[in-house]
Design a protein around this ligand. Structure first.
Ligand SMILES: *Cc1c(COP(=O)(O)O)cnc(C)c1O
Length: 371
């Protein structure tokens, strides 16, 4: 890593591009690349560019602020945002062609209020199919779909898609949700809404439930090269993890047996040994819950975090291995290259790989490695 750099996440945009290309081929569907939460920590703008280069037709984020940031960066691809502040104005985002996920009658009115003369607002109507988050409930389909159809006829709205989101609670639950979605599609058609897109599947269903693909999939974690399945690795899915988190060893210290390490002395050295200090902590998204468990590779050898992870740093007991200040310590990356995976950190912290990459903090410098 570059001299003088304290913390670095290397983002392999070539991997993102290849992952999108692979998922497009696998699903034989149009792909909406989900780049919310700063591209799951990878950088939304660079992820958007790489995804488009890999064949993504569209992009999606959670909210309008994320969408506007992409537009300001010059991203012109079709772009959907689906989580809205109550009563917020959609005007600015509509003026730069952001499309809105609509989960209620009120949001439909928010969207149509942002229409200008000869400039209908693009919307995707979200159907609630059992996740229990947002989405138009079956009892409201009649009213919301009829009003959407009317607003489309008078040129205020363009209904581009119908969509929903699965609970990934197992194939039975997901198939039941798919059935519910199909009922919503029929209800919309009965009032004249037959939008060109229907999208239901995120990464897990896009890969694992072919009947949920519907010709368009909305993929997040997979484009970053991580597996949403507990029992299948990235490599099993033909994906390459795009983020490598590493830091130089900041200090080494030879200590006797019985030395307490880090806050609370949860760890004590069993014998004379060498401690290496790694300048990454929970402020950088390294989960404190992985204290005493998280894996680290230094010089091709695997070690475990010794004691508690602090805000800015943690310690590794490297025994008698010759480790020097400046050696690269890798927390996670592509495990086919002999380093731990983000999934191993997730297991060490009792969470999921999504959270590990998404929480990498703003102090960590993102360095883009282009193909
Ligand atoms: C985050 C999100 C996705 C992407 O999910 P992955 O599991 O990362 O593929 C898709 N759709 C919605 C509504 C989401 O909130």
């Amino acid at each position: 890593m570059p001299t003088g750099m304290l913390r670095e996440a290397v983002i392999d945009t070539g991997a993102i591009e290849a992952n999108v290309r692979h998922l497009r081929r696998l699903t034989d569907s149009e792909l909406i690349a989900v780049v919310k939460a700063d591209g799951y920590g990878h950088g939304a703008v660079r992820t958007a560019r790489a995804a488009i280069a890999g064949g993504a037709a569209r992009l999606a984020v959670a909210d309008v602020h994320e969408a506007l940031a992409l537009r300001r960066a010059g991203i012109t691809a079709p772009l959907l945002a689906w989580l809205h502040a109550p009563g917020a104005s959609f005007a600015e985002a509509a003026s730069v062609d952001v499309e809105f996920g609509i989960s209620s009658f009120d949001q439909l009115l928010q969207a149509s209020a942002a229409a200008a003369v000869d400039r209908p607002v693009g919307v995707h109507l979200k159907i609630e199919t059992g996740l229990g988050r947002n989405g138009i409930a079956p009892a409201e389909w009649g009213m919301v779909f009829a009003e959407a159809a009317r607003l489309e006829r008078i040129g205020k709205l363009r209904v581009i898609g119908l969509f929903s989101h699965l609970a990934n609670a197992g194939p039975e639950a997901d198939r039941a949700a798919l059935k519910g979605f199909e009922r919503g599609v029929i209800a919309a058609a009965s009032v004249g809404l037959q939008p060109p897109l229907r999208h239901l599947a995120a990464t897990e269903a896009a890969i694992g439930l072919p009947e949920a693909r519907l010709g368009c999939v909305r993929v997040g974690i997979g484009i970053y090269g991580l597996s949403p399945f507990a029992d299948r690795t990235s490599a099993d899915l033909g994906l390459r993890p795009a983020m490598r988190l590493h830091a130089p060893v900041a200090a080494v210290r030879r200590v006797p047996a019985g030395q307490g390490v880090s806050y609370g002395y949860d760890y004590r050295t069993a014998r004379e040994t060498t401690l290496a200090l790694i300048p990454l902590g929970y402020a950088d998204g390294v989960p404190r819950q992985a204290s005493g468990r998280g894996p680290v590779v230094i010089g091709g050898q695997r070690f475990t975090v010794a004691g508690r992870i602090a805000m800015d740093q943690f310690v590794v007991d490297v025994g008698d291995t010759p480790v020097a200040v400046g050696d690269e310590a890798v927390l996670f990356g592509d495990p086919t290259l002999g380093v731990p995976s983000a999934t191993e950190w997730a297991e060490a912290a009792g969470t999921i790989n999504y959270e590990i990459v998404t929480r990498i903090g703003p102090r960590v410098h993102r360095t883009e490695r282009t193909p």
